[in-house]
Ligand binder design. Structure first.
Ligand code: ASP
Length: 334
């Protein structure tokens, strides 16, 4: 869905360049600000989509990007922008984060989220929360209102509540289509890649050149109670360091944890001087070699965006002062 003809450069950015699906583009002019988002990677195929559903996802990605862009356009911080962008997707049942999160094997919801500020590498995360309406807000509160980086389980919910965040009953996160997915997975005793996509994330650079990243998820359909994925682990799914890059990942979390995907990418950029797309490819090749799949969104210190994924599709988008674009499938920019 090309929003603006001058965004042909984004078309290149969104278009996979090779089988392992990485695309990076050197954008000619340094952007004043830029935001890149994802809404999960997985087996997302045209033949399984209706035009209505495709349009709904594209519109949802646009709403998320517009929320983040509103912050950046006014000179706001990358940190505020990534939070604003993922908040929109947490509230949208299309995505596996917040309302619409997948079910655990026990029929509940346990949510993970993290946020990281590239200015000082301050970070906050929550794992296995069940009652805070917007886990990304809880992650930010951990970062800013506690001396810690990560809270888990009941203590994380209690912390969020004590900070005055909106709390809900666990059933608030229920949706029919996620319940059907749970029933199918339990019956077939098999989980497809489609049963976990929908995790959301954002990376941004602001007018001051600051980087930030955020990621939030319900995890995997029918995950065991207590299972924690890569999303809340700094360095696995999320990392941001000014002057280096910002990363948000989605995919089979166990593999992303084992590879330490986000930190691997940032370290390769920092220590080897690799372009972000190359570093993303290397990390995803490690994930693939172990048997995993997924994707990353990236932004470098100059604001260049990149996407890398080794799954058939990834909901994704990029926005800056010149316009915006979204893409879904691995083989095209729409
Ligand atoms: N990474 C998430 C997890 O394993 C799921 C996903 O991104 O699709 O919990």
């Amino acid at each position: 869905m090309l929003q603006n003809a001058v965004l042909a450069v984004f078309a290149l950015a969104l278009l996979p360049a090779c089988a392992t699906t990485t695309a990076e583009v050197r954008v000619a002019a340094k952007p004043e600000w830029r935001l890149v988002i994802h809404g999960g990677a997985g087996v997302i195929l045209r033949e399984n989509m209706t035009p209505e559903r495709e349009a709904a996802f594209e519109a949802a990605l646009q709403r998320s990007m517009q929320a983040g862009a509103a912050v950046l356009r006014e000179g706001g911080a990358a940190l505020d922008a990534v939070e604003a962008a993922v908040l929109v997707m947490e509230d949208d049942p299309l995505f596996n984060a917040g309302y619409g999160a997948v079910f655990t094997a026990d029929g509940g919801h346990e949510l993970d989220a993290t946020i990281m500020d590239g200015r000082d590498r301050n970070a906050g995360a929550v794992a296995g929360v069940t009652r805070v309406k917007n886990p990304i807000r809880a992650a930010r509160a951990v970062m800013e209102k506690s001396e810690h980086v990560m809270f888990a389980g009941a203590g994380a919910d209690a912390f969020a509540e004590a900070q005055g965040l909106e709390m809900v009953d666990n059933s608030y996160f229920d949706t029919d289509w996620r319940r059907e997915a749970l029933e199918r997975v339990l019956q077939e005793r098999a989980r497809t890649a489609a049963d976990r996509h929908g995790t959301v994330g954002a990376v941004a650079i602001d007018l001051n050149g600051n980087l930030a990243a955020a990621t939030t998820t319900g995890g995997m359909t029918a995950k065991a109670t207590g299972r924690v994925g890569d999303t809340p682990l700094i360095g696995a799914a999320t990392y941001a360091e000014n002057g280096v890059c910002a990363v948000s990942a989605t995919g089979h979390g166990e593999y992303f944890i084992r590879v330490g995907v986000a930190k691997t990418i940032c370290d390769r950029v920092k220590l080897l001087g690799e372009p972000i797309g190359v570093a993303g490819d290397v990390a995803l090749a490690e994930v693939a070699a172990l048997g995993g799949d997924g994707g990353v969104i990236l932004i470098d210190a100059e604001g260049n965006p990149a996407f890398a994924f080794n799954s058939p599709g990834m909901y994704r988008g990029v926005i800056d002062a010149a316009g915006s674009m979204v893409a879904i499938y691995g083989d095209s920019t729409d």
